[in-house]
Design a protein around this ligand. Sequence first.
Ligand SMILES: C[S@@+](CC[C@H](N)C(=O)[O-])C[C@H]1O[C@@H](n2cnc3c(N)ncnc32)[C@H](O)[C@@H]1O
Length: 199
Amino acid sequence: MTWVRDLKKRIKYYDETSVKPPSLFLEQALRYANGTTAIDLGCGSGSDTKEMARQGFKVIAVDINKEVANYFSKKDRDRIKLVIQPVEDFKFVRCDFIYAKSSLVFLSPKKFRKVAMEIKKSLKPGGVFAARLWGKKDSDNKSRKNYKYTFLGIEELKAIFDGYDFLAVNEHEEDKACADGRDKHWHFLDVIIKKTQEV
Ligand SMILES: C[S@@+](CC[C@H](N)C(=O)[O-])C[C@H]1O[C@@H](n2cnc3c(N)ncnc32)[C@H](O)[C@@H]1O
């Protein structure tokens, strides 16, 4: 199971998000990010990916769903390399900035840990990882246990990223519908983490 199974619902979500402005979370993260190379994990229709490119990054954008390719023009591809692949199989390269907004939750805890290790290796010293993860109070944590998503507490995350500098941690909750049409309670955990040294 990965994210929204129904193709029509996926396309509707991508159509809607493709015309949205870049997210405030990305704006915040970019204030901390330096360098020229970035990876966007679970890029979706790419509104945030394109903003990273606009701000000077060469971006590798990874997504498991092939239809996201329809949202990147030939011109976008000058600065964005799109890789259609599960993030857990992606071959990470050294880079300055890694971004993952509401995508790593869809990994099992085991795969999440594997990808987190790759992120740690991939970041250059001084590099920044910004992620919107989902917290334990998210209603999917109860109702979707069988799908083996990853819901995290901040202490768990700090243990995984031991030795890293947590520049920003912001939790918020809200009730609204999700991409597959269900009403749900969201618990977001936004983190911006810096690799200060090779650990
Ligand atoms: C909620 S959307 C977020 C998209 C984008 N980051 C944004 O904020 O608009 C989640 C995205 O993660 C992708 N995704 C889910 N599981 C994935 C996996 N294992 N590997 C790569 N992409 C994945 C989905 O295809 C989808 O495009």
